[in-house]
Design a protein around this ligand. Structure first.
Ligand SMILES: O=C(O)COP(=O)(O)O
Length: 251
């Protein structure tokens, strides 16, 4: 649902908010475009204000656990946090797998057979379940189709998703919702009082955890259409606005 006015947005929020699950790339960055990894300082300050107000901030991202843990540490948000698009949950210096399968072998096939078309992420060396590739040549849709065909022929049962930043090769059970459910269980939070916010179609998966789903104003059209609320503004500015409303409404 598109939410244009501040008042309408306040009305749509639950009675009580205990946590915010937030995607990283395209959501707390300045912009939503491949290659823009600059964190929005407004979003960072807003997330810190939420933590100070006692609202749990959980990063839910396609990044590796090492990157997730680093970003969380320097932003100053406690978590638990979800990495590898739902397959790993990080808390208090250790991490647990939410997925049983790994797409490692499928990723190796793509690396060998599609070099020049896609490029493996440097983070793949420290990934366990979900492997990421950037597109070097051709459209994302065509590359996904070609990769899916190749992997089917080789008998790999995996799924491919695009985050807006990279194509991810994932075990079939992988879902940001699966990881977020585990994170909520660890944190002892009821999904009824949690809002999730993201920018890409992968972020739709967070709804499976039973949370209220929000989209940043410049999110992928499908996420904007399916989200419970669309927060005006771009990426980090949307997150900062949502956080400000939460802090003001519930103080
Ligand atoms: O790893 C990516 O491709 C994007 O990560 P995100 O889930 O934080 O947007």
């Amino acid at each position: 649902m598109d939410t244009n006015s501040y008042e309408a947005l306040v009305e749509l929020l639950p009675q009580r908010i205990c946590g915010l699950a937030v995607d990283i790339d395209g959501t707390i960055t300045e912009r939503r475009q491949r290659g823009d990894f600059r964190l929005s300082l407004e979003a960072v300050e807003a997330l810190r204000a939420l933590e100070d107000a006692g609202i749990r901030v959980m990063l839910v991202t396609g990044n590796s656990v090492m990157v997730t843990a680093g970003v969380a540490r320097y932003i100053g948000v406690k978590g638990p946090h979800v990495s590898e698009n739902g397959c790993l949950v990080y808390r208090r210096g250790s991490f647990t797998s939410a997925c049983r399968g790994t797409a490692r072998a499928a990723a190796r096939v793509l690396e060998e057979e599609m070099s020049g078309i896609i490029e493996p992420s440097w983070q793949n060396r420290c990934r366990f379940h979900d492997y990421a590739f950037t597109v070097r040549r051709g459209s994302v849709e065509e590359v996904i189709q070609e990769a899916e065909k190749l992997l089917r022929e080789r008998g790999h049962q995996v799924k491919l998703s695009h985050s807006g930043y990279a194509i991810h090769v994932r075990p079939l059970e992988a879902s940001k919702g699966l990881g977020l459910s585990l994170a909520l269980r660890y944190a002892g939070l009821n999904p009824d009082c949690v809002i999730a916010i993201g920018d890409s179609v992968i972020d739709l998966e967070m709804r499976e955890a039973g949370v209220l789903l929000a989209a940043v104003g410049n999110a992928d059209p499908l996420l904007r259409k399916r989200a419970d609320i669309v927060v005006p503004g771009e990426s980090g500015k949307s997150v900062a606005l949502l956080a400000k409303i939460i802090v003001e409404k519930y103080k």
